[in-house]
Design a binder for this molecule. Sequence first.
Ligand SMILES: [Mn+2]
Length: 355
Amino acid sequence: MGKRSFRGGGLRLDYGAFLEALLRHDRIALICHHNADPDSLLSAYVLHRYLEGLGKKAEIFASLGVSALTKRLLESIAVGAIKIHGESALNSSFSCACLIDTSSLEQLSDELKRELSQRFKGEILIIDHHEPHPDTLKLVTEALIDPSAKATAVIIYRLLKHHKVSFSRDMAEALLAGIIYDTRRFINADYEVFCITAELLRLGAEYGRILSLISQKEIDLSERIARLKGAHRCRLYEVKVLNERILIAVSHVSSYEASVARALVDLGADLALVAGERKGMLRLCSRATRRFHELTGINLARDIMIPLGEMINGAGGGHALAASANGKGTYEEGLKQTLILLENKLKMKLREIGD
Ligand SMILES: [Mn+2]
């Protein structure tokens, strides 16, 4: 079958065309991002259940396995044992690979990335709610990408609902877990999230049980140390937009960049930029408050991390208020580039706040 490309075609949410493309295949690889979170993996689980119910063979791939929380949720929700391929390669028997909650191949293991971008002969599809990455759009033939959806689980719900699929209790709970996790327990929710949640509860999902599984997350010692070191090393900048002072916290750690960025926002930053450098790999994470986004109009994925990914020989992606990029270089260079991009976007110089 000929590869159609989305280049220049714009994005459309055509659930009928998507399902038609998916169901043309009998062996489908469902691909989650590395260290898969509940939204990615449990969305894949629901698709897996649906496809197996139709007699298709679907298998889930998660580079470097899944997060501890995801594992706990899966064990509590899944019916039967679910095999998850960690490092194993896609074999040629798959005629379709569907990326789930994964906007860029950089979020996969090197092997899987090489396979999908160079060797894989089948069709590549994507279901995602991150800002679309141009390189990914060149590879896929059919896409359901909606950056306004609060979770990939929301898009999976719409897709199956559109086709009048009946949801079993475990499917409802899996989608609920994805939604609770990605909305940060309904902090980042909208009307649709509450409607879908009500419907999932009607279908038998146990809200209290799923919520407590997600809330049990204990922060391990190494993550707490990273947060405290990140706060200690933090440099502070400010910029005035529409007469409002915006605080920007910049730091570096060797791991848990995202957690540190979130913690710096909790401490009071409007924007946090945190770099991490290990084994020649550079990772930059950013988190912003809604206030930052409203005052500056900056979308962290589109305006900062996607262009930054290219500048550091890697890729970036994410959402308006939470985005990251992976590439090469030192953390000093990475942060410098990020601040330059930010200043260009703001059309203003940042002022460092001294001690
Ligand atoms: Mn997600």
